[in-house]
Design a protein around this ligand. Structure first.
Ligand code: AMP
Ligand code: GLY
Length: 425
């Protein structure tokens, strides 16, 4: 049986493991106590027929290069292609060269503080200030307030707010519209779309209020989208980008995640990520029909693949986060109800920040703790099921959004539940 190694420890990796499990022998490194097949060894010490790297940091740091240099088959770009996520300035250069519709931008380095401040002061409308380097999803400021933009530019360029990642910034024109996430499988010079669009919800609170997070939930298909939109994004953005990468001698083999804004002028590419989204993977991957292993292996070999077939279910995932997330997540709260939630029809619980206490019971061990996914014949049914599953899960200080997949009610509400069965451990 083919042996697949999934690298990472979050709910996205848990969803990848569950996708492969019926078809392969799966290990996850490091995984987490909720993911069967988790091993604490380095991926470099794992013997597998295929490595699938979940998060961006090891890709940007060159894990795929290292594995490939040892003769391993890897799904995930080398360090050169990983710069699409590792450097927003470089990503913009590539997509502008490729003619992809995107927000206009300028790049400023650490020695250009005055010029950057002048630029934000004289720019009209919404200003977007991004760190060039990785900032765990927290490096972007979107504001209409010039004073706030100036303070952010200063804190970034001096290294105060994001260290080296912010000492180069991209300042962009602010766009507006709903956002969607598109996933393509790129095999060097060809690519195949995963034919759906997902929408994640990055703000902590119901009604898209509160601080930015790694993602509090996701919906698939994103309401209001259609196959023509997917074709347009592939034709206008992903395919020209792949051609541009080839022109630059980059042999990208992996998932390319396009984050688009649907503006009145048409879809605009905001960013590329070099891997599946989290929590988008938890709503896209469960819809995959058939054995994914041959497709993933072919992509890793640089062979052309057909777009995968997805079933026509709608999926909603609700993230349950720990007390204090996203600022200072609390660890050690006992988690109950996982098995009850999993027993519901159409429900899967993917684990991220989960550890075990001395008695081997699951406890919180990170910010985003669980991703509770449910399917339905439409988004409303999926949401009802996901909420029913969440209602069975308890840990002290649990935070989640009840509006994922629904219509917004009171902006800024946070849902906290003090468990009646739970106890702090
Ligand atoms: P990014 O990491 O580049 O996707 O940016 C994170 C978030 O910032 C996006 O999901 C958008 O909500 C917002 N954003 C990024 N670029 C822009 C832009 N040009 N205009 C408006 N909002 C943006
Ligand atoms: N959901 C956005 C991300 O994975 O970066």
């Amino acid at each position: 049986m083919t042996r697949v190694c999934v690298v990472g420890s979050g709910a996205r990796e848990h969803a990848l493991v569950e996708l492969f499990r019926p078809h392969a022998d799966v290990v996850a490194t490091p995984g987490n106590p909720c993911i069967d097949g988790s091993v604490s060894t380095s991926p470099l010490d794992v013997d597998a027929d295929l490595f699938v790297i979940g998060p961006e940091v090891p890709l940007v740091e060159g894990l795929a290069d290292e594995l490939r240099s040892r003769g391993c088959l890897v799904l995930g770009p080398d360090r050169d292609g990983a710069r699409l996520e590792g450097s927003k300035a470089w990503m913009k250069e590539v997509i502008v060269a490729a003619g992809v519709p995107t927000a206009s931008h300028r790049v400023f380095g650490a020695t250009e503080l005055e010029a950057a401040l002048d630029h934000v002061t004289t720019t009209e409308g919404t200003i977007v200030v991004k760190t060039d380097g990785l900032a765990a999803g927290k490096g972007v400021l979107v504001t209409d307030d010039v004073a706030e933009a100036r303070a952010d530019v200063t804190a970034k360029l001096t290294g105060e707010s994001f260290g080296g990642a912010g000492r180069r910034i991209v300042i962009e024109e602010g766009l507006s519209g709903p956002e969607v996430s598109l996933f393509a499988l790129v095999s060097g010079s060809t690519c195949a779309v995963i034919p759906t669009l997902a929408r994640d919800h990055k703000r902590l609170l119901t009604g898209d209020g509160g601080p930015n997070t790694g993602g509090m939930g996701a919906v698939c298909p994103a309401p209001g989208t259609n196959p023509e939109l997917i074709d347009q994004m592939m034709d206008e953005a992903v395919k020209p980008t792949v051609e541009e990468l080839v022109r630059r001698g980059i042999d990208y083999r992996g998932v390319l995640f396009g984050g688009f804004m649907l503006t009145p002028e048409g879809p605009r590419l905001l960013e590329y990520n070099i891997r599946f989204g989290d929590p988008e993977a938890q709503v896209v991957l469960p819809r995959w029909v058939g054995d994914p292993v041959p497709t993933f292996m072919a992509v890793a070999r640089g062979e052309t693949v057909d777009p995968p077939v997805l079933d026509d279910r709608s999926m909603v995932t609700i993230v349950c986060a720990s007390e204090g997330y996203p600022y200072s997540p609390r660890a050690g709260d006992l988690i109950t109800g996982l098995d009850d939630a999993r027993a519901l029809a159409g429900v899967a619980v993917f684990c991220a920040g989960v550890g075990t206490d001395a008695a081997g019971r699951p406890v919180t061990a990170g910010g985003r703790v669980l991703s509770v996914t449910a399917s339905g014949s439409d988004v409303a049914e999926a949401r009802t099921r996901a909420l029913a599953a969440v209602s069975l899960i308890h840990f002290d200080g649990m935070q989640y959004r009840e509006d994922i997949g629904g219509t917004v009610s009171a902006p800024g509400e946070v849902h906290r539940r003090t468990p009646d069965r739970g106890e702090r451990s």
